[in-house]
Design a protein around this ligand. Structure first.
Ligand SMILES: [Zn+2]
Length: 422
Protein backbone atom coordinates (compact mmCIF):
# COMPACT_ATOMS: atom_id res chain seq x y z
CA UNK A 1 0.00 0.00 0.00
CA UNK A 2 1.32 3.43 -0.95
CA UNK A 3 1.79 5.99 1.82
CA UNK A 4 1.69 8.87 -0.66
CA UNK A 5 -1.90 8.61 -1.82
CA UNK A 6 -4.51 10.75 -0.11
CA UNK A 7 -8.22 10.93 0.52
CA UNK A 8 -8.21 14.67 -0.14
CA UNK A 9 -4.91 15.57 -1.86
CA UNK A 10 -5.65 19.28 -2.25
CA UNK A 11 -6.16 19.84 1.46
CA UNK A 12 -3.76 17.26 2.83
CA UNK A 13 -0.70 18.36 0.87
CA UNK A 14 -1.21 22.13 0.66
CA UNK A 15 2.05 24.10 1.07
CA UNK A 16 2.81 25.63 4.48
CA UNK A 17 1.86 29.21 3.59
CA UNK A 18 -1.46 28.10 2.07
CA UNK A 19 -2.13 26.01 5.14
CA UNK A 20 -1.55 28.93 7.46
CA UNK A 21 -3.93 31.10 5.45
CA UNK A 22 -6.50 28.34 5.27
CA UNK A 23 -6.39 27.69 9.01
CA UNK A 24 -6.55 31.37 9.95
CA UNK A 25 -9.43 31.99 7.57
CA UNK A 26 -11.40 29.06 8.94
CA UNK A 27 -10.64 30.18 12.49
CA UNK A 28 -12.00 33.65 11.82
CA UNK A 29 -15.12 32.14 10.27
CA UNK A 30 -15.84 29.66 13.09
CA UNK A 31 -15.25 32.26 15.80
CA UNK A 32 -17.75 34.60 14.15
CA UNK A 33 -20.19 31.71 13.72
CA UNK A 34 -19.79 30.50 17.31
CA UNK A 35 -20.29 34.03 18.61
CA UNK A 36 -23.55 34.36 16.66
CA UNK A 37 -24.98 30.89 17.24
CA UNK A 38 -23.55 29.36 20.42
CA UNK A 39 -24.55 31.36 23.53
CA UNK A 40 -21.78 29.81 25.67
CA UNK A 41 -19.16 31.01 23.21
CA UNK A 42 -20.67 34.50 22.98
CA UNK A 43 -20.58 34.69 26.76
CA UNK A 44 -16.98 33.56 26.86
CA UNK A 45 -15.82 36.16 24.36
CA UNK A 46 -17.89 38.92 25.96
CA UNK A 47 -16.46 38.11 29.38
CA UNK A 48 -12.94 38.29 27.96
CA UNK A 49 -13.83 41.65 26.38
CA UNK A 50 -13.20 40.26 22.89
CA UNK A 51 -15.09 40.89 19.70
CA UNK A 52 -14.95 37.95 17.24
CA UNK A 53 -12.90 40.16 14.92
CA UNK A 54 -10.20 40.54 17.59
CA UNK A 55 -8.92 37.06 16.70
CA UNK A 56 -7.21 37.24 13.32
CA UNK A 57 -4.76 34.35 13.43
CA UNK A 58 -3.78 31.32 15.48
CA UNK A 59 -1.33 33.51 17.38
CA UNK A 60 -4.27 35.49 18.82
CA UNK A 61 -6.02 32.41 20.17
CA UNK A 62 -4.55 32.55 23.71
CA UNK A 63 -6.76 35.63 24.30
CA UNK A 64 -9.75 33.27 24.36
CA UNK A 65 -9.95 31.42 27.70
CA UNK A 66 -9.69 27.63 27.48
CA UNK A 67 -12.85 25.58 28.09
CA UNK A 68 -11.87 22.57 30.15
CA UNK A 69 -13.13 19.21 28.95
CA UNK A 70 -13.86 18.13 32.53
CA UNK A 71 -16.07 21.20 33.09
CA UNK A 72 -18.47 20.29 30.27
CA UNK A 73 -20.86 18.06 32.30
CA UNK A 74 -21.20 20.86 34.88
CA UNK A 75 -21.76 23.50 32.17
CA UNK A 76 -24.38 21.26 30.55
CA UNK A 77 -26.19 20.78 33.86
CA UNK A 78 -26.31 24.54 34.34
CA UNK A 79 -27.91 25.03 30.89
CA UNK A 80 -29.37 21.75 29.69
CA UNK A 81 -28.97 19.95 27.47
CA UNK A 82 -25.78 21.21 25.82
CA UNK A 83 -24.67 24.15 27.98
CA UNK A 84 -25.15 26.63 25.14
CA UNK A 85 -22.38 25.08 23.02
CA UNK A 86 -24.50 23.47 20.32
CA UNK A 87 -25.85 25.63 17.50
CA UNK A 88 -28.93 23.57 16.50
CA UNK A 89 -31.92 22.24 18.47
CA UNK A 90 -31.66 18.59 19.64
CA UNK A 91 -34.30 17.50 17.10
CA UNK A 92 -32.01 18.60 14.25
CA UNK A 93 -29.28 16.16 15.28
CA UNK A 94 -28.75 12.71 13.74
CA UNK A 95 -27.95 11.19 17.13
CA UNK A 96 -27.06 12.16 20.67
CA UNK A 97 -24.46 10.13 22.51
CA UNK A 98 -24.83 9.93 26.28
CA UNK A 99 -21.55 9.48 28.13
CA UNK A 100 -21.31 8.82 31.85
CA UNK A 101 -21.70 12.07 33.76
CA UNK A 102 -24.02 12.43 31.98
CA UNK A 103 -22.32 14.26 29.15
CA UNK A 104 -24.44 14.75 26.06
CA UNK A 105 -22.50 14.69 22.82
CA UNK A 106 -24.23 15.84 19.62
CA UNK A 107 -23.69 14.22 16.23
CA UNK A 108 -21.45 16.29 14.02
CA UNK A 109 -21.40 17.71 10.55
CA UNK A 110 -20.59 15.95 7.30
CA UNK A 111 -17.18 17.58 7.45
CA UNK A 112 -16.42 15.73 10.68
CA UNK A 113 -17.21 12.40 9.00
CA UNK A 114 -15.00 13.39 6.09
CA UNK A 115 -12.10 14.14 8.39
CA UNK A 116 -12.51 10.71 9.98
CA UNK A 117 -12.64 9.14 6.50
CA UNK A 118 -9.35 10.92 5.79
CA UNK A 119 -7.80 9.43 8.93
CA UNK A 120 -9.03 5.93 8.08
CA UNK A 121 -7.71 6.23 4.53
CA UNK A 122 -4.30 7.33 5.82
CA UNK A 123 -4.30 4.25 8.05
CA UNK A 124 -4.80 1.97 5.06
CA UNK A 125 -8.54 1.32 4.71
CA UNK A 126 -9.81 1.24 1.15
CA UNK A 127 -12.98 0.58 -0.85
CA UNK A 128 -13.61 -3.16 -1.01
CA UNK A 129 -12.41 -3.88 2.53
CA UNK A 130 -14.64 -5.61 5.07
CA UNK A 131 -13.99 -4.04 8.44
CA UNK A 132 -15.17 -5.03 11.92
CA UNK A 133 -15.76 -2.04 14.18
CA UNK A 134 -15.48 -3.22 17.77
CA UNK A 135 -15.85 0.19 19.40
CA UNK A 136 -18.96 0.43 21.58
CA UNK A 137 -21.95 1.92 19.78
CA UNK A 138 -22.95 3.84 22.89
CA UNK A 139 -19.80 5.93 22.28
CA UNK A 140 -19.16 8.64 19.76
CA UNK A 141 -16.04 7.00 18.27
CA UNK A 142 -17.97 4.01 16.92
CA UNK A 143 -20.44 6.22 15.05
CA UNK A 144 -17.81 8.54 13.63
CA UNK A 145 -15.74 5.61 12.44
CA UNK A 146 -18.78 3.99 10.84
CA UNK A 147 -19.57 7.20 8.97
CA UNK A 148 -15.92 7.57 7.95
CA UNK A 149 -15.70 3.97 6.68
CA UNK A 150 -18.94 4.33 4.71
CA UNK A 151 -17.53 7.37 2.95
CA UNK A 152 -14.52 5.29 1.90
CA UNK A 153 -16.79 2.63 0.41
CA UNK A 154 -15.73 0.10 3.04
CA UNK A 155 -18.24 -2.54 4.18
CA UNK A 156 -18.79 -2.01 7.91
CA UNK A 157 -19.41 -4.90 10.29
CA UNK A 158 -20.51 -3.19 13.52
CA UNK A 159 -19.88 -5.86 16.14
CA UNK A 160 -19.34 -3.51 19.09
CA UNK A 161 -17.38 -4.44 22.19
CA UNK A 162 -16.95 -7.73 23.98
CA UNK A 163 -17.74 -11.40 23.32
CA UNK A 164 -14.33 -12.35 22.01
CA UNK A 165 -15.26 -15.80 20.74
CA UNK A 166 -18.15 -14.41 18.73
CA UNK A 167 -15.84 -11.77 17.24
CA UNK A 168 -13.38 -14.46 16.17
CA UNK A 169 -16.15 -16.38 14.43
CA UNK A 170 -17.53 -13.30 12.67
CA UNK A 171 -14.09 -12.22 11.48
CA UNK A 172 -13.40 -15.73 10.19
CA UNK A 173 -16.80 -16.36 8.57
CA UNK A 174 -16.83 -12.99 6.80
CA UNK A 175 -13.08 -13.00 6.17
CA UNK A 176 -12.70 -9.47 7.51
CA UNK A 177 -9.68 -7.61 6.17
CA UNK A 178 -9.79 -4.73 8.66
CA UNK A 179 -10.32 -4.11 12.36
CA UNK A 180 -11.07 -1.09 14.52
CA UNK A 181 -10.91 -1.17 18.28
CA UNK A 182 -8.57 -1.01 21.22
CA UNK A 183 -5.16 -2.68 20.92
CA UNK A 184 -5.83 -4.85 23.97
CA UNK A 185 -9.08 -6.17 22.47
CA UNK A 186 -7.30 -6.98 19.21
CA UNK A 187 -4.74 -8.88 21.23
CA UNK A 188 -7.52 -10.80 23.01
CA UNK A 189 -9.10 -11.74 19.68
CA UNK A 190 -5.81 -13.02 18.28
CA UNK A 191 -5.16 -15.06 21.43
CA UNK A 192 -8.71 -16.45 21.42
CA UNK A 193 -8.36 -17.46 17.76
CA UNK A 194 -5.26 -19.44 18.76
CA UNK A 195 -7.13 -21.12 21.61
CA UNK A 196 -9.89 -22.11 19.21
CA UNK A 197 -7.37 -23.89 17.03
CA UNK A 198 -6.90 -21.30 14.30
CA UNK A 199 -3.59 -20.20 12.87
CA UNK A 200 -4.22 -16.46 12.84
CA UNK A 201 -1.83 -15.61 10.01
CA UNK A 202 -3.17 -18.36 7.77
CA UNK A 203 -6.87 -18.36 8.60
CA UNK A 204 -7.60 -14.64 8.87
CA UNK A 205 -6.98 -12.22 6.00
CA UNK A 206 -6.76 -9.29 8.43
CA UNK A 207 -4.22 -6.74 7.22
CA UNK A 208 -5.08 -3.33 8.68
CA UNK A 209 -6.07 -2.76 12.29
CA UNK A 210 -6.47 0.84 13.31
CA UNK A 211 -6.36 1.08 17.08
CA UNK A 212 -7.30 3.73 19.60
CA UNK A 213 -9.04 4.43 22.88
CA UNK A 214 -5.99 3.55 24.97
CA UNK A 215 -2.21 3.76 24.57
CA UNK A 216 -0.75 0.82 22.65
CA UNK A 217 2.41 -0.55 24.29
CA UNK A 218 5.27 -0.55 21.71
CA UNK A 219 6.03 -4.24 22.40
CA UNK A 220 2.43 -5.15 21.53
CA UNK A 221 2.53 -3.17 18.27
CA UNK A 222 5.80 -4.85 17.37
CA UNK A 223 4.22 -8.24 17.98
CA UNK A 224 1.18 -7.35 15.81
CA UNK A 225 3.56 -6.47 12.98
CA UNK A 226 6.16 -9.19 13.33
CA UNK A 227 4.08 -12.12 14.54
CA UNK A 228 0.86 -11.48 12.62
CA UNK A 229 1.83 -9.21 9.70
CA UNK A 230 -0.58 -6.55 10.94
CA UNK A 231 -0.14 -2.84 10.45
CA UNK A 232 -1.67 -1.06 13.47
CA UNK A 233 -1.80 2.70 12.89
CA UNK A 234 -3.17 4.75 15.78
CA UNK A 235 -6.26 6.89 15.82
CA UNK A 236 -6.35 9.68 18.41
CA UNK A 237 -9.53 11.50 19.33
CA UNK A 238 -11.94 12.56 22.01
CA UNK A 239 -15.66 12.32 22.40
CA UNK A 240 -16.39 16.05 22.01
CA UNK A 241 -14.53 16.81 18.78
CA UNK A 242 -13.98 13.38 17.24
CA UNK A 243 -10.77 12.67 15.35
CA UNK A 244 -7.86 14.78 16.63
CA UNK A 245 -5.00 12.93 15.00
CA UNK A 246 -4.08 9.83 13.02
CA UNK A 247 -1.08 7.83 11.92
CA UNK A 248 -0.23 7.63 8.26
CA UNK A 249 1.42 4.41 7.08
CA UNK A 250 4.83 5.86 8.01
CA UNK A 251 3.78 6.41 11.65
CA UNK A 252 5.70 9.64 12.17
CA UNK A 253 3.26 11.14 14.68
CA UNK A 254 -0.44 11.94 14.58
CA UNK A 255 -1.45 14.05 11.59
CA UNK A 256 -3.98 16.66 12.70
CA UNK A 257 -7.06 16.79 10.43
CA UNK A 258 -7.34 19.94 8.31
CA UNK A 259 -10.75 20.61 9.85
CA UNK A 260 -9.47 21.44 13.32
CA UNK A 261 -6.87 23.79 14.78
CA UNK A 262 -4.51 22.32 17.38
CA UNK A 263 -2.29 24.29 19.74
CA UNK A 264 0.04 22.97 22.43
CA UNK A 265 0.07 25.25 25.47
CA UNK A 266 1.85 25.47 28.80
CA UNK A 267 -0.78 24.20 31.27
CA UNK A 268 0.48 26.54 34.00
CA UNK A 269 0.60 29.81 32.07
CA UNK A 270 -1.58 29.17 29.00
CA UNK A 271 1.28 30.32 26.76
CA UNK A 272 1.38 28.76 23.28
CA UNK A 273 4.40 26.49 22.95
CA UNK A 274 6.64 26.01 19.94
CA UNK A 275 7.60 22.86 18.04
CA UNK A 276 8.99 20.09 20.24
CA UNK A 277 7.90 21.68 23.51
CA UNK A 278 5.66 19.51 25.65
CA UNK A 279 2.32 20.85 26.84
CA UNK A 280 -1.45 20.44 26.76
CA UNK A 281 -3.29 19.77 23.51
CA UNK A 282 -5.90 22.51 23.01
CA UNK A 283 -8.23 22.11 20.08
CA UNK A 284 -10.61 24.36 18.14
CA UNK A 285 -12.74 22.41 15.64
CA UNK A 286 -14.24 24.12 12.60
CA UNK A 287 -17.45 22.06 12.86
CA UNK A 288 -20.52 24.27 13.01
CA UNK A 289 -22.80 22.09 15.14
CA UNK A 290 -20.50 22.09 18.16
CA UNK A 291 -18.03 24.97 17.78
CA UNK A 292 -16.28 24.78 21.14
CA UNK A 293 -13.46 27.29 20.90
CA UNK A 294 -10.22 26.19 22.60
CA UNK A 295 -11.16 22.94 24.28
CA UNK A 296 -8.47 21.88 26.76
CA UNK A 297 -8.16 18.12 26.21
CA UNK A 298 -5.94 17.44 29.25
CA UNK A 299 -3.65 15.37 26.99
CA UNK A 300 0.06 16.12 26.92
CA UNK A 301 1.95 16.15 23.65
CA UNK A 302 4.35 18.16 21.51
CA UNK A 303 4.00 19.06 17.83
CA UNK A 304 6.04 19.45 14.70
CA UNK A 305 5.14 21.41 11.56
CA UNK A 306 7.79 19.63 9.45
CA UNK A 307 6.39 17.99 6.35
CA UNK A 308 5.96 14.24 6.79
CA UNK A 309 7.73 12.04 4.19
CA UNK A 310 4.21 10.86 3.21
CA UNK A 311 3.67 14.34 1.75
CA UNK A 312 0.98 15.44 4.19
CA UNK A 313 1.75 18.94 5.45
CA UNK A 314 -0.51 19.03 8.49
CA UNK A 315 0.79 19.64 11.99
CA UNK A 316 1.71 16.38 13.71
CA UNK A 317 1.39 15.53 17.40
CA UNK A 318 4.34 13.49 18.59
CA UNK A 319 2.53 10.91 20.70
CA UNK A 320 0.29 11.38 23.70
CA UNK A 321 2.60 11.46 26.70
CA UNK A 322 0.18 11.50 29.61
CA UNK A 323 -2.49 13.63 31.26
CA UNK A 324 -1.96 17.17 32.48
CA UNK A 325 -3.31 16.53 35.98
CA UNK A 326 -0.77 13.79 36.61
CA UNK A 327 2.35 15.71 35.72
CA UNK A 328 4.25 18.83 36.78
CA UNK A 329 6.17 20.88 34.25
CA UNK A 330 9.61 21.86 35.50
CA UNK A 331 12.08 23.86 33.40
CA UNK A 332 10.09 22.94 30.26
CA UNK A 333 10.14 19.21 31.06
CA UNK A 334 7.25 17.19 32.47
CA UNK A 335 7.79 14.99 35.48
CA UNK A 336 5.27 12.18 35.92
CA UNK A 337 4.40 10.36 39.15
CA UNK A 338 5.39 7.00 37.63
CA UNK A 339 8.89 8.30 36.82
CA UNK A 340 9.38 9.49 40.36
CA UNK A 341 8.14 6.21 41.76
CA UNK A 342 10.56 4.27 39.57
CA UNK A 343 13.46 6.39 40.84
CA UNK A 344 12.61 6.17 44.55
CA UNK A 345 11.78 2.44 44.47
CA UNK A 346 15.41 1.69 43.53
CA UNK A 347 16.51 2.65 47.05
CA UNK A 348 15.64 0.20 49.82
CA UNK A 349 16.10 2.89 52.49
CA UNK A 350 13.41 5.12 51.02
CA UNK A 351 9.89 5.24 52.44
CA UNK A 352 7.18 7.76 51.57
CA UNK A 353 8.35 10.60 49.28
CA UNK A 354 7.27 13.88 47.75
CA UNK A 355 8.81 16.09 45.11
CA UNK A 356 8.25 19.78 45.87
CA UNK A 357 8.60 22.31 43.06
CA UNK A 358 9.11 25.92 44.16
CA UNK A 359 10.57 29.11 42.69
CA UNK A 360 13.88 30.44 43.97
CA UNK A 361 15.45 33.45 42.27
CA UNK A 362 13.21 33.18 39.17
CA UNK A 363 14.14 29.55 38.72
CA UNK A 364 12.29 26.28 39.34
CA UNK A 365 13.72 24.68 42.47
CA UNK A 366 13.36 20.94 43.08
CA UNK A 367 13.36 19.39 46.52
CA UNK A 368 12.79 15.69 46.99
CA UNK A 369 11.65 14.80 50.48
CA UNK A 370 12.19 11.17 51.37
CA UNK A 371 11.29 9.46 54.63
CA UNK A 372 13.96 7.12 56.03
CA UNK A 373 13.85 4.98 59.17
CA UNK A 374 17.45 5.73 60.12
CA UNK A 375 19.90 8.49 59.26
CA UNK A 376 20.58 8.23 55.54
CA UNK A 377 23.95 6.66 54.67
CA UNK A 378 26.56 8.91 53.13
CA UNK A 379 26.24 9.34 49.40
CA UNK A 380 22.53 8.37 49.29
CA UNK A 381 21.38 11.90 48.48
CA UNK A 382 23.78 12.11 45.54
CA UNK A 383 22.75 8.67 44.31
CA UNK A 384 19.04 9.55 44.43
CA UNK A 385 19.66 12.87 42.66
CA UNK A 386 21.68 11.17 39.93
CA UNK A 387 19.06 8.50 39.43
CA UNK A 388 16.41 11.22 39.12
CA UNK A 389 18.47 13.15 36.59
CA UNK A 390 19.00 10.01 34.49
CA UNK A 391 15.28 9.20 34.51
CA UNK A 392 13.80 12.68 34.09
CA UNK A 393 16.55 14.79 32.51
CA UNK A 394 16.36 17.34 35.33
CA UNK A 395 18.88 18.36 37.97
CA UNK A 396 17.65 17.90 41.55
CA UNK A 397 18.47 20.86 43.79
CA UNK A 398 18.09 19.19 47.15
CA UNK A 399 17.28 15.79 48.64
CA UNK A 400 15.86 16.06 52.15
CA UNK A 401 15.73 12.93 54.30
CA UNK A 402 12.95 13.27 56.85
CA UNK A 403 11.62 11.18 59.72
CA UNK A 404 8.79 8.70 59.11
CA UNK A 405 5.42 10.46 59.36
CA UNK A 406 6.76 13.82 58.13
CA UNK A 407 4.94 13.43 54.83
CA UNK A 408 1.23 12.98 55.58
CA UNK A 409 -0.40 9.84 54.22
CA UNK A 410 -2.24 10.49 50.97
CA UNK A 411 -0.01 13.44 50.02
CA UNK A 412 0.46 14.10 46.33
CA UNK A 413 3.77 12.65 45.07
CA UNK A 414 4.31 15.87 43.10
CA UNK A 415 3.61 19.15 44.87
CA UNK A 416 3.74 22.35 42.84
CA UNK A 417 4.19 25.36 45.13
CA UNK A 418 4.95 27.86 42.39
CA UNK A 419 2.68 30.86 41.93
CA UNK A 420 2.14 32.08 38.40
CA UNK A 421 0.88 35.47 37.39
CA UNK A 422 -1.96 34.94 34.97
ZN1 LIG B 1 2.61 11.11 7.23
Amino acid sequence: MDATTYYDPALETMPAADRRNYTNQRLRRIIRFAYDKAPAMREKLDKAGLSPEAIRTMDDLPNIPITRKEDLPKLQRAKPPFGGFVTVPPSALEWIIVNPGPLYVPSHTEECYQSTAKALYAGGFRKGHLVVNTFGYNYHAAWLITEGLRRLGVTVIPTGVGNTEFQVQVMHDLQASGFLGTPSFLNNIIKKAGELGYDFRRDFPLKVAMVGGEPAPPALKKSFQEDYGLSTPDLYGNTEVGTLGFDCLLKTGFHVPDEICVEVVDPATGRQLGPGEEGEVVVTPFYEIYPVLRLGTGDLSAFTDDVCPCGRTSRRLLGIRGRVGDAVRVRAIFVFPHQLQAVVSRFAEAGRYQLVVSRVKERDYLTLKVETQQAAPEGLAEAVAKSFQDACGLKMDKVDFVAPGSIPEGSKPLLDERKWEQ
